[in-house]
Design a protein around this ligand. Structure first.
Ligand code: ATP
Length: 302
């Protein structure tokens, strides 16, 4: 996340993420899945601009996407409402959200926007909430929101091992930025549908295989990527591919490319590869467009 003051208020760049691993470890009594995931933030951003309103109005204008709501179904509005409720504040804001991160993609766009709204709202209204307090509010908004908060100013949201529902965040500094290509097929995948498909396939007692989060963090910290492919995994990939045949085609296409590693991000439908260079990522993005796999972007991780 990058935040800067403007003459009118605050501007925030809210990054996307990919999951280098996503391991489900069984269902909890509250219905959520216990998980362990390694998340990596990308230099691929939504933009939020916030300015103070004279009254208590919370007004959101969204551009760059058709199906993103501009009312209190939007996580930006919910984040600002949660901030106000926590502090008994009745000040208002006008927010302009420019979407670049596609929705229903597993790239965490909505969650990142929510985290950006929490950080910027805290400054706009001079509320003085600590990172720990923001983190507590973040967890009420969604499992991935806390990852995007700049809990540790040294790392910001760059990479972290996240556990619980995803809200317990242990950041670590990746040794270098990774070249990444992201492909988003036209069809989106609702998170709930993918989890339902996962549960249907795993409704008998099963023993989860251990996550390799520490090993992935070590590989990233040292910048030695060759063993990454053997460590990466996403337990939601099978259920997502079963729901979305286009994704199986994308995966088969990546199997034939000399990238470092590739897999589904989160619950999809975005699919990504760690590449050997930014040039390779750009070439793969071009190829993906030519083969009509979907929209595609090449970028570095944060
Ligand atoms: P995740 O990676 O967390 O699974 P996602 O890929 O499912 O995220 P989001 O961009 O978070 O996608 O959006 C999921 C749904 O949430 C959308 O269909 C949209 O209606 C709603 N939504 C609420 N707030 C936002 C927002 N700020 N940006 C995008 N979608 C939002």
């Amino acid at each position: 996340m990058k935040i800067e003051r403007t003459p009118w208020g605050w501007k925030v760049l809210a990054p996307a993420k990919v999951n280098l691993s996503l391991c489900l470890k069984g269902r909890r009594e509250d219905g959520y899945h216990e998980l362990e995931t390694v998340m990596l933030a990308l230099r691929f951003y939504d933009e939020l601009q916030l300015e103070l309103a004279d009254d208590s109005v919370l007004e959101l204008t969204v551009s760059g996407a058709e199906n993103v709501p501009n009312d209190d179904r939007n996580l930006v509005v919910r984040a600002l409402q949660a901030l106000r409720a926590a502090m008994g504040c009745s000040r208002g804001a006008r927010v302009r959200l420019t979407k670049r991160i596609p929705s229903q993609a597993g790239l965490g766009g909505g969650s990142s926007d929510a985290a950006a709204a929490l950080v910027a709202g805290n400054r706009l209204w001079s509320l003085g909430l600590s990172p720990a307090q923001l983190s507590t509010i973040a967890a009420t908004l969604g499992s991935d929101v806390a990852f995007f908060l700049p809990v540790d100013p040294r790392y910001g949201a760059r990479a972290a091992v996240c556990t619980g529902r995803g809200e317990r965040v242990a950041p670590f500094p990746p040794g270098r930025s990774l070249p990444i290509v992201v492909v988003k097929p036209a069809v989106g995948l609702p998170t709930s549908a993918v989890y339902a498909n996962y549960s249907a396939a795993n409704n008998v007692q099963f023993v989860p295989t251990p996550a390799k989060s520490a090993e992935i963090a070590q590989v990233l910290c040292r910048g030695l990527l060759n063993s990454l492919g053997a460590l990466m995994r996403n337990d939601l990939q099978g259920p997502a591919l079963a729901l979305c045949p286009e994704l199986a085609e994308v995966k088969a296409g990546f199997d034939r490319l000399p990238v470092v590693a590739h897999q589904l991000s989160g619950s999809g439908s975005a699919y990504f590869a760690v590449c050997r260079s930014l040039l390779q990522a750009q070439q793969v993005a071009k190829l993906a467009r030519k083969r009509r796999w979907g929209e595609s972007w090449a970028m570095l991780s944060c």
